[in-house]
Ligand binder design. Structure first.
Ligand code: OGA
Ligand code: MN
Length: 296
């Protein structure tokens, strides 16, 4: 447990996650508290809060302290009518859970979003946890030879790898087809490096997602598939993870640059309803002074 002055942060596992207590998100927090939450987020990749009975507007207002929010579009997820940045992830008997895949929000975009903040609105009695993986710890856990091999390699990330798959068939039904098609057209396959330097912490981390990363550029397809298979399994090791059990009014705030997440789909046909906003850019983080990317 670390006392930051305004807040208390308790680590969840060795490499990832912290529970922040002593904070009431229904109030307007002072700048130091916001900065401390951001500090913990940078160190732990995901922070959790309990018992935050806040309105969608308060949820969005809190998120906006860290950077501009993405306006929500109705496509794979629903949108809350009166708060235009709020997406609703709803699962029930007719809509079985289908976010049980490791991903980073927006990895299929040219400019992926920095952060996501998810609030439990209605959660099942058991099940429906979310798993978070540290892409920094996963990188650190690679051999020197593998780190050397991956340096400088990029991979293609494609919205349609996931959203064109059978798991997402229902997204394309009826009048949602046009919305999904617009998302597809706005997000053609994009290249991202497989290893990135975090702009705030200066740490190196992997950047890939089984759901969206299709192939490594500049290597034979067979080699690409073997390398990606290895990396997909590597980032899924429990040693790099924490697992969050939701309660109503629990909140998770994660850094998409440093963590993957996976929504465990073990609660159908129970209802699970979550509200989410995404923060486009990190306006609090000061870019780290780093020599990591410069030649020795
Ligand atoms: C998300 C997401 C995970 C969950 O909000 O981006 O993937 O546990 N949700 O609902
Ligand atoms: Mn997600």
């Amino acid at each position: 447990m670390k006392d930051y002055g305004k807040i208390t942060a308790t680590p969840v596992t060795t490499f990832v996650g912290a529970v922040i207590s002593d904070v009431d998100l229904s109030t307007t927090l002072d700048d130091q508290t916001i900065a401390e939450i951001h500090d913990v987020l940078m160190e732990r990749h995901v922070v959790f809060f309990r018992d935050q009975a806040i309105t969608p507007q308060q949820h969005a207002d809190f998120a906006r302290r860290f950077g501009p929010l993405r306006k929500a579009r109705r496509a794979a997820f629903e949108v809350l009518d009166d708060v235009s940045e709020m997406q609703v992830l709803i699962n029930d008997r007719e809509r079985p859970p289908n976010v049980n895949h490791y991903h980073s929000d927006g990895i299929f975009r040219t400019n992926p979003e920095f952060g996501s903040i998810l609030l439990g609105v209605e959660v099942p009695i058991a099940g429906g946890d979310t798993i978070f993986t540290s892409l920094a710890a996963a990188y650190d856990g690679l051999s020197d030879g593998m780190k050397e091999y991956l340096a400088g390699l990029s991979a293609v990330n494609d919205f349609m790898k996931l959203h064109g798959s059978p798991a997402k068939t229902r997204s394309w039904k009826g009048d949602n087809f046009a919305r999904m098609d617009a998302m597809r057209q706005d997000n053609p396959p994009v290249e991202h490096p497989l290893v990135k330097v975090h702009p705030v912490t200066g740490r190196k981390h992997l950047y890939l997602s089984e759901s969206f990363t299709t192939h490594v550029i500049g290597v034979d397809l067979e080699e690409s598939q073997r390398v990606l298979d290895f990396l997909f399994r590597h980032v899924a090791k429990p040693e790099y993870q924490c697992r969050f059990a939701w309660q109503r009014h629990s909140m998770a705030f994660w850094d998409n640059r440093a963590a993957l997440h996976y929504a465990v789909a073990d609660y159908w046909p129970a209802v699970r309803r979550m509200n989410r906003v995404t923060i486009v850019t990190d306006e609090i983080g000061t870019p780290a002074v780093t020599t990591l990317s410069k030649p020795a």
